[in-house]
Design a protein around this ligand. Sequence first.
Ligand code: HEC
Length: 188
Amino acid sequence: MNKKPKKLCLLAILGVIPPMILVFGIFPAVSLADNDAIDVVQERMLVMKSVDAAAKRIAEMMLGRDAYERQTLAAAARTVASHGGSRLIQQYPEGSLESPSKASPKIWADWDRFESLAQDLVLFGEGLAQSVERHAGPDTQPLHATARPDYTARRLNTGSLSKQPPKLVYLRLLRTCMTCHTKFRVKE
Ligand code: HEC
């Protein structure tokens, strides 16, 4: 099966749908027609896949498998950031759990936590971009040797993150993905 054209088509959809959401303000918390409910699930799964693709580009460079290219890295980090925050939480109207969604009903039971993790994606994505721009090159030590980040993230901002080594901010970003999935995504 040739995958390329399909991917391009998905990217086109990703480019078109988010502005439509902004313009038409769809996804009200009240009743969603069945098709809309399925669309909302499909769309957010696609968006997560593009977040995942950007995260993989970042990982390859952070781990030294790809050449460390600061502009490419910062752009990928901003792609991740752009899908967090209010844009992410808008994709979760209450009770939208239609198949094939792996979202957990805990999202709506602990909405504040979900929202704050969505916000962390913006904070650490943008923080990583700025850290990469500020530091000349990759940290020379391997990832596991990087000082352990303290995860009391609430008082951090992009300014303070930009001064931290890229790998440290990268760990915070990864931790955000993992924390949200552990808590709010149902295991396969
Ligand atoms: C605020 C919570 C949250 C954060 C942060 C988050 N995710 Fe997710 N992610 C989810 C939820 C919820 C789902 C399941 C969505 C569904 O199936 O309806 C998901 C699904 C996924 C999927 C599966 C998509 C599919 O088609 O099944 C991938 C891959 C993924 N996330 C990658 C990432 C990566 C990489 C990051 C960090 C850069 C990240 N996510 C950050 C909540 C989050």
